[in-house]
Every structure is written in C-alpha cells, then in structure tokens.
Write a protein that binds this ligand. Structure first.
Ligand code: PTJ
Length: 243
C-alpha cells in the first residue's frame, strides 16, 4: 500500500504495475531491470512530459495517421503498463497490433494477447505465428509476423537498437518511445519520444483524437516541421540542465 501523499507515489505505482505484470507472466524478468533504467532517465527529465516530448508525440501521431499500414509492436512492459491506451490509439489511427518479444515464448505471447484483447484490441497479430525473419539480426526480435513485415510505419515502445536499425533499413518509419535520448534506438528511429510510456501513450491518444479528422496537408506540415536530430539534442540538453 503506497501512502496517498508519498512524494514518489506515481513512480512507485508504475513499478507495482510491472511487478504485477511479472507475477502474471506478462513481463520478462529483465523487463523489471529495463524499467529501472528508464526511471533513472525519467528522474533527469523531471518525471513530466516536456515540450520536446510533446512535439515528438504529435509528429508520431501525424505519421501514423498518414501511414498506409501502421503497426504497434507490443512487448511485455508495454502490455503491463498501458494496454488500454494501446487499444485506443490503435483504433484512432487504424493500426494493427502485434506482440513482439525479446524473450520469446508462446505462453507469454498468448497472455499478452489476452490482456490486449480485454483492453479492446480486436485482433492481435504475432501470437504463435509463423514468423518471417529480419536478415542480419541475432535476437528473437528478428522474428516478425506478416503484419509488421508489411507495415510502413511502426510504433515500438521500448525497443532494442539493432531491431530499430533493421526496421529502418527495411524502409519502415520507426517511432520509438525511449527515455534515454542517447540509446541506439533513440538515434536510429525516425521519431523518438523521450518520455515515459505511461505518459507518452495517453498524450498520443489525445493527439490522435484531435488529429484524426485533420486533412493530409495539415498532417504533412506537422511531420515535415519535426526534426528528430534537433529534438534529441534538445532532450539531451534538458537532461544536462537538470544535473
Ligand atoms: O518483453 P520482452 O521480452 O520483449 O523484453 C523486453 C525488454 C524490456 C526486457 C527489452 O526490450 C530490454 O532489454 O529493454 P532495455 O534495452 O533494457 O530498455 C529499452 C529502453 O527503454 C531503455 O533505453 C530504457 O531507458 C527505456 N525505458 C525503460 N522503461 C521505460 C523506458 N522508456 C520509456 N518508458 C519507460 N517506462
């Protein structure tokens, strides 16, 4: 039980969600460590969505709305932390949802798919599927299902650098949510959102609600105005300033 007025209440609640997710078999052991890595960076960005992150969130949603075949690629941490927002965003931008795990097991894929379905995702891809393999990648995440193979824009919350790079090489536009602006994922992605997934996803749902009826021209202006390199530099500056 976390006291109502505990100064680190929100952060502790998120931790507990992940521990619960681990107990339910959604989150990998290493997923708990990944969260700790994220928390350290979150502390440095002030544990709130910066103007810098908000810009990236808006550009990411515009990119998804412009896509022919957008996909949200979900791992254990994302499923444990924000299944409802994944379902809402997928519905607003008409994205397919696939499960893609670093520590791959069909049992975990099925559990994650159930949580996503309960949250409102109609069809979940990548469960016990016959995957296609991304050439040159060593990890289990090289195995991707048809939905991701055919996508043009993919949202990858908490991704590995080598897969981000491989997806970009395949010609896809990659949107990453990563609190570390210096990670390889952050540097290789097309749009990098330096924000905690628990804040980024609700923000993206809000943007999607506002932009879903916007015309193509307006969406293109948002995407073209966005400069990922510059945005990452600004995120890094924000962190340095807080030290
Ligand atoms: O569920 P699986 O099997 O696919 O396991 C996936 C994990 C999470 C274990 C795997 O992707 C992993 O090892 O992740 P990393 O490389 O430790 O973390 C990826 C990045 O996510 C790091 O740069 C973290 O700073 C960042 N990160 C961690 N938690 C959050 C986060 N970014 C945003 N929000 C978070 N809550």
């Amino acid at each position: 039980m976390i006291p109502e007025k505990h100064p680190r209440r929100v952060s502790l609640e998120v931790r507990h969600k992940l521990v619960d997710g681990f107990k339910k078999g959604l989150v990998a052991q290493a997923g708990l460590i990944a969260q700790g890595r994220g928390e350290a960076f979150d502390y440095l960005v002030g544990e709130k969505t910066s103007v810098i992150a908000r810009k990236a969130e808006e550009a990411a949603v515009a990119l998804m709305l412009l896509a022919e075949n957008p996909v949200i690629s979900v791992n254990g941490n994302a499923a444990a932390l924000c299944p409802g927002e994944i379902a809402r965003l997928a519905s607003l931008v008409k994205a397919k949802v696939e499960v893609n795990l670093f520590y791959r097991s069909v049992e975990r894929e099925k559990k994650i798919a159930n949580v996503l379905k309960k949250a409102g995702v109609k069809k979940v891809y990548g469960v016990a599927s016959k995957p296609k393999k991304i050439a040159g990648l060593q990890s289990n995440r090289r195995m991707i299902d048809e939905a991701l193979w055919n996508s043009d824009v993919v949202l990858v919350p908490l991704e590995d650098g080598d897969r981000t790079e491989a997806l970009v090489k395949m010609g896809k536009k990659v949107i990453a949510i990563d609190l570390n602006p210096m990670s390889r994922t952050s540097r290789k992605a097309t749009v990098t959102i330096v924000d905690n997934i628990v804040r980024a996803m609700p923000e993206m749902v809000k943007h999607a609600g506002k932009l879903k009826k916007a015309d193509e021209k307006k969406l293109r202006v948002i995407v073209n105005k966005f400069n990922n390199k510059k945005n990452l530099k600004n995120a890094e500056k924000l962190i340095r300033k807080s030290l």
